[in-house]
Design a protein around this ligand. Structure first.
Ligand SMILES: Cc1ncc(COP(=O)(O)O)c(C=O)c1O
Length: 392
């Protein structure tokens, strides 16, 4: 019998996050209590005004295919958001609406990477940015995000890794899994490098609204001369707590958007009609909903980061954005996977071992604080007890 599975599929590794999640769910089915710190999704319900807009849209009969690019109404709303919140003058024609940001990531990478092209990606990183280039036969070249550098990019390292084959550079700010936020000065230097070496920047800004301590998110496409060489990626999943609605978008020069759309047409046709309608409402009619969620994330972050730093053997930077704490467990002298497995089995605490995000993640656990304050308090107490037991 012929081998059914295409060889290229061997280049993909299954999601390490799902692996932890599935094990945790299996333990729950056996009756064990698990506190979920592994899941990268907001725990809040989608704000009511957005749900209502969706229901109204279904009732009004918005149940058909839309333009493959997305509705004009939504593309204009996204362009308005870019103008008013990010200082980038994108036109509606420079925006493609996709089924979650994940689809946009896939479409962008497929549209720009030839076999053998190199793409600079962070390590640690949300692993799609490594796996999709590999699937395409391109080469992900990693640059390091280190705790001692406050998870900023080492510009010298970036320069040293650029070759004739470097086509693009991925930046993610705020970052998953480190919670780091890139400083404006870093982005300015990266912009210089991108222009000097004719590199396209893929800027993933899906966590832009989840930012703390008065930090300001800066979009690299807003810097002089960068709009034409940047693909800005964003979506509704994290800010509006809409992960299950599957809605994202890419903004880029019109020619590239048309190319992305060719793949998007063949893969998904268009994003869901009534979800797009609700997204227009999400953008224009937002009041305090997102800011209230951010305040609550900050409260949880403050508690958790403080509690973790008081546990002997653990430490962490207080993240400036997203909803992840990257916990340093190096002092414990065991691998991240061993510690994650111990904490799940012995304490019912589900964390993602950092090596899932790349080699630089080894020695860390990713904790998502998109969980209730009470669960975070209980989880940190259990964590303290479990680490004490491990050290004795
Ligand atoms: C950095 C990053 N980019 C993109 C995504 C995908 O988001 P979406 O739910 O819109 O597909 C995620 C999801 O966790 C993410 O962490």
């Amino acid at each position: 019998m012929k081998n059914l599975i295409a060889e290229r599929m061997d280049r993909l590794t299954p999601s390490g996050i799902r692996k932890v999640n599935e094990k945790a769910l299996a333990m729950e089915r056996e009756g064990k209590k698990i506190i979920h710190f592994e899941i990268g999704r907001p725990d809040f319900d989608t704000p009511e005004y957005i749900k209502k807009a969706c229901i109204d849209s279904i009732q009004a009969g918005d149940v058909f295919y839309t333009s493959n690019f997305g509705t004009t109404e939504l593309r204009e709303a996204i362009a308005w958001k870019f103008r008013t919140q990010n200082g980038i003058d994108y036109q509606a024609s420079e925006i493609l609406v996709t089924v979650g940001l994940s689809e946009a990531v896939y479409a962008v990478l497929c549209s720009i990477l030839n076999e053998g092209d190199e793409i600079l990606v962070p390590d640690p990183v949300w692993i799609n940015y490594v796996n999709v280039p590999k699937l395409l036969g391109a080469v992900p070249v990693t640059y390091h995000l280190l705790e001692e550098n406050d998870y900023q990019i080492d510009l010298e390292e970036i320069r040293s890794k650029i070759t004739d084959k470097t086509k693009a550079m991925v930046i993610i700010t705020p970052n998953n899994p480190t919670g780091g936020v890139l400083a404006k000065e870093t982005l300015e230097e990266l912009a210089k490098i991108a222009k000097e070496h004719d590199i396209t920047v893929i800027a993933d800004e899906v966590y832009e609204r989840l930012i703390y301590d008065g930090e300001q998110h800066v979009s690299i496409a807003s810097l002089p001369g960068m709009k034409e060489r940047t693909v800005t990626l964003n979506g509704f999943s994290k800010a509006y707590s809409m992960t299950g609605w599957r809605l994202g978008y890419a903004a880029a020069p019109e020619e590239l958007i048309k190319t992305l759309n060719k793949l998007h047409q063949h893969a998904t046709t268009c994003a869901t009609s009534f979800v797009q309608k609700a997204a227009v409402t999400a953008i224009y009619e937002e009041k305090d909903e997102v800011n209230d969620m951010v305040k609550e994330y900050q409260r949880r972050r403050d508690y958790a980061a403080d509690a973790i730093n008081q546990i002997d053997g653990l430490s962490c930077k207080c993240p400036k954005g997203a909803f992840y704490i990257f916990i340093n467990v190096k002092e414990l002298g065991k691998s991240s996977a061993e510690i994650a497995s111990y904490l799940l089995e012995e304490a019912g605490l589900a964390f993602v071992p950092g090596d899932v995000f790349g080699p630089e993640g080894e020695g860390y656990l990713r904790m998502s604080f998109a969980n209730s304050y009470d669960n975070i308090v209980e989880g940190c107490e259990k964590l303290k007890a479990a680490i004490e037991a491990l050290r004795n």
